[in-house]
Design a binder for this molecule. Structure first.
Ligand code: ASP
Length: 396
């Protein structure tokens, strides 16, 4: 019977059960359940490092193809990076303006001090003095820098370096599978994480989650209409209505499955009908599915502000910049599969000096946020393919 329950339903059920049990049993149940939640968070923290490291190394190695496709690749990367930076900035701005997470009594764990390092130190810290330490400490930004260097090292080592690629791909697949397992036990994690929160702070803590959902979806909508709508019309020379009409199927599929990878075939078909050549869609869409995640970046920006507020602090400008930087990089490391953006949120929180425990607050509603962000992610890939196609046409 249990096998028939989908993961989404399992998580929703776990959320409701966690809330009810927390309300009924109160603080007495907390010591028994908290370790489970801690184990779940530890698993997330453990998996995030190898997954990010390997995807970034392999991402850089795939730049080999970018070189081959020349300006096509550069335009694609430029579009991906700019729109993702806009996305996370939009998320942060709306979350700040609309006061997401306000009105909640600061969570119990406020003793977790949020450090606000100064700007120069933040930059220096990105460059590790030691190759092992950032991995041991789970310090994301230097880990990313090391991964980028290893990727370029492999490229520069040519033939001999390329021998490393197949084993790294295999290893990456292994860790992605492990990540899939961790996502599968999310119902247990969600139950164990939400119970102590509700037991200690009462049901009122859940209300701001509605605000969080509203702000995320508002940002998703603005980004899709303004950034994608304008770029396909202005740079891609395609009517906005035509774009969204053709994109209906992939968007709906992405929304209901929360998987960019699953929506890829639909996206390919739709963009082809919008006049994108096989050469361009074959390059841009698979690459976008793995590295371009604007919806995920918006979600991470909004959640960072939300979690900071609930923990009773405000993010400084330097911390918000660090959220922008890590979210852009995290979107490269996020697999196009359900729930992976939440795992990457751990890395964004860590880099901003926020408690990773904050994930507990948003984990229960992650699927609702994931559906929207996946729809945004795939629309971004399609918009990019149209813009790149227009540039290619112009050159011919
Ligand atoms: N589910 C998203 C996707 O497939 C990734 C995420 O969790 O943010 O695009």
């Amino acid at each position: 019977m249990f096998r028939k329950i989908s993961l989404t339903a399992g998580i929703a059920l776990a959320l409701v059960l966690g809330v009810l049990t927390g309300l009924i049993l109160g603080e007495g149940a907390v010591p028994f359940v908290r370790p489970l939640g801690q184990i779940y968070l530890n698993l997330i923290k453990t998996i995030v490092i190898p997954v990010v490291t390997l995807s970034i190394i392999l991402g850089v190695v795939s730049l080999q193809d970018v070189k081959k496709v020349g300006s096509l690749g550069l335009r694609t990367l430029a579009y991906f990076l700019c729109t993702t930076a806009i996305a996370v900035t939009l998320g942060l701005t709306l979350a700040n303006l609309l006061g997401v997470g306000g009105g909640v009594a600061p969570a119990e764990q406020t003793e977790v001090q949020v450090q606000a390092p100064d700007f120069a130190q933040t930059i220096i810290n990105i460059f590790p003095a030691n190759i092992i330490a950032p991995f041991a400490e789970g310090n994301m930004l230097p880990v990313i820098v090391i991964a980028i260097f290893v990727g370029f090292g492999i490229l520069l080592a040519g033939e001999r370096g390329s021998r490393l690629v197949p084993p790294l791909e295999a290893l990456s697949e292994v860790f992605l599978q492990i990540m899939g397992l961790i996502i599968r036990i999310s119902p247990v994690g969600v139950f164990a994480l939400i119970l102590p929160v509700v037991a200690q702070q009462g049901i009122g803590v859940l209300l701001p989650l509605l605000g969080l959902i509203a702000v995320c979806y508002l940002a998703y909508g603005i980004h899709v209409v303004l950034v994608y709508g304008v770029s396909v019309a202005w740079l891609g020379k395609i009517r906005i209505r035509q774009f969204f009409r053709e994109m209906g199927k992939p968007i709906l599929f992405g929304f209901s499955s929360a998987s960019s990878v699953g929506a890829l075939p639909f996206n390919m078909e739709a963009t082809r009908r919008l006049g994108v050549s096989e050469e361009v869609s074959g390059f841009v869409l698979p690459l976008g599915t793995t590295v371009n995640m604007d919806g995920t970046a918006i979600y991470q920006g909004v959640c960072a502000i939300f979690i900071a507020r609930v923990f009773g602090t405000e993010l400084t400008l330097v911390q918000q910049l660090s959220v922008v930087l890590t979210s852009v990089l995290a979107s490269v490391g996020t697999a196009g599969a359900p729930g992976s953006g939440m795992i990457m949120l751990a890395m964004v929180l860590e880099s901003a000096g926020l408690p990773v425990e904050g994930i507990a607050l948003v984990a229960g509603i992650d699927r609702i946020l994931d559906m929207g962000r996946t729809a945004v992610n795939i629309t971004g890939d399609a918009a990019c393919s149209i813009v790149v196609q227009a540039a290619v046409r112009k050159r011919q």
